[in-house]
Design a binder for this molecule. Structure first.
Ligand SMILES: *Cc1c(COP(=O)(O)O)cnc(C)c1O
Length: 340
């Protein structure tokens, strides 16, 4: 394996800083299954307050958080609706179906990443004994690094309310969206009954997500977290990293967005590359077939970590990508195109 010098694979690769590790080491802890961990309790209360919701629960991962949310809305044989490319539908190993006996109803995305409101409305099922009963609509924002408009989320919220459905936001990167829009996270997530936020992506904590929402949902999620083996004990050590991240790593997300723009600008200079202009910290690059895999191979061999998944290159900026990493990577890109 090559040593990675500049790691653009994901914002999950960030390592806790010395100051974050100190906060973890000094965390006051207790047994969180008994509700006794003061640091976990502080993190949960703080997230609930930040988002203007009743309650929150600290969990091991974003995948667990989404699963707990879906299981809180849906019983066996119920249905959740989500975009065809939604993480909770496509990238969570079918957990809702396997562990929750919940049927997914995927909806095609429009070119702008939204789901057509007509498609959502047409797919809602209730009453008829032939159907699984729709209980919740799940949105994702950002979606592939793209910020979807607040009025779209509100419009889906109106549909959900009209049909008596829940509305969940997979907001793994919701802070990236709120920073990009210059909007308070509370206003950004106002339409939702529940929101899942990742601490271990752009916010730079080593572990954890928080599910925030209506108290009845969070109470049910607490039971399911225990059932899934996700009840942790002195997890204040981990929650302390999350609290540190909320204090220090939100405002600075704008730096990641600036560097992503710089990177996109640098890559777009080459005719062989077709680059999406980023809203936040994720860039997708389509590579001309004549250049093909040799471009990715060249970069990877020289220590640039990028993912070539989903039929294109993905570059992600984060806490451990500084200006030098962006410049260094772009120099290697220039070197490749001088040779080809
Ligand atoms: C990463 C991610 C998750 C899941 O997070 P894990 O902590 O890796 O399980 C969920 N939704 C979205 C949109 C994500 O990007």
């Amino acid at each position: 394996m090559n040593t990675i010098r500049y790691d653009f694979r994901s914002d999950t690769v960030t390592k806790p800083s010395a100051a974050m590790r100190t906060a973890m080491a000094e965390a006051e802890v207790g047994d969180d299954v008994y509700g006794d961990d003061p640091t976990v309790n502080r993190l949960e209360q703080r997230m609930a307050a930040m988002l203007g919701k009743d309650a929150a629960i600290f969990v091991a991962s974003g995948t667990q958080s989404n699963l707990l949310a879906l299981m809180s809305y849906c019983g066996r044989g119920d249905e959740f609706m989500a975009g065809q490319d939604a993480h909770c539908y496509k990238y969570e190993a079918g957990g809702a179906a396997v562990l929750g006996s919940i049927q997914p109803q995927p909806i095609a995305h429009q070119a702008d990443g939204t789901m057509a409101l007509n498609d959502i409305e047409a797919a809602i099922k209730s009453g008829d004994i032939h159907f699984a009963t729709t209980k919740v609509i799940a949105l994702e924002n950002t979606l592939g690094g793209r910020v979807l408009p607040v009025d779209y989320m509100e419009a889906v919220g109106e549909i959900a309310a009209r049909h008596g459905l829940g509305l969940h936001l997979d907001g793994a990167r919701a802070f990236n969206a709120s920073v990009a829009l210059g909007m308070n996270i509370k206003d950004f997530t106002a339409a939702f009954d529940s929101v899942s936020i990742c601490l271990s992506k752009g916010l730079g904590a080593p572990v954890g997500s928080v599910l925030v929402g209506r108290s009845d949902l969070i109470e049910t999620a607490r039971r399911h977290r225990k059932m899934l083996g996700g009840g942790m004990r002195q997890s204040g050590i981990l929650a302390a990293a999350g609290l540190y991240a909320l204090d220090h790593n939100i405002v600075r997300l704008s730096e990641d967005h600036r560097r992503a723009k710089q990177l996109a600008h640098g890559l777009a200079r080459y005719d062989a590359l077709s680059v999406t202009q980023p809203n936040t910290n994720i860039i997708f690059v389509e590579i001309d077939r004549r250049v093909g895999d040799s471009f990715t191979d060249f970069l990877v061999q020289r220590g640039v970590g990028i993912t070539g998944r989903y039929g294109q290159q993905r570059w992600v900026t984060h806490l451990n990508i500084d200006d030098e990493a962006v410049d260094g990577a772009l120099e290697l890109v220039a070197e490749f195109f001088q040779r080809h």
